[in-house]
Design a protein around this ligand. Sequence first.
Ligand SMILES: [Zn+2]
Ligand SMILES: [Zn+2]
Ligand SMILES: [Zn+2]
Length: 146
Amino acid sequence: MEHEQGAVVLRSLRLKVTPRRLAVMNCLGEERAYLSAEEVWHRVRPRLGSIGLPTVYRILDELAGAHIVTRIFRSDRKQYYFLCPNQEHHHHFVCDSCRHVEDMDLCGLDGMTREIVRRSGGRVLSHILQVNGLCAECSKQNREMP
Ligand SMILES: [Zn+2]
Ligand SMILES: [Zn+2]
Ligand SMILES: [Zn+2]
């Protein structure tokens, strides 16, 4: 994501354009992969000078709250983040090997949602779905291994 583009996106989210927010956005925008908060911190520190890890967490939380950043779940206790400007309802296919993330504009949970409503008598408001696997590239390499 270009510097200017980052500023436009921040403004459209009604977030004030600050050098720190821009640096975090641009850092994530350079990747089609997810990063941990620590990794973001290590990458933005040389550009910003003094910035603490708690500030990086706070900015990532703000960006996640504005739905421009998605949290990626893993079994370790670290927090991972992926920048995704796609505001349409969709899910992510995450490569466990290289961390590549692909947008999947399919959901397939409508039937399950209807069934949950029927059984529970309640209302479904949202859902979280992350699909893990190996991307095409990593899958190919895996097959080539003896
Ligand atoms: Zn991969
Ligand atoms: Zn996405
Ligand atoms: Zn869905």
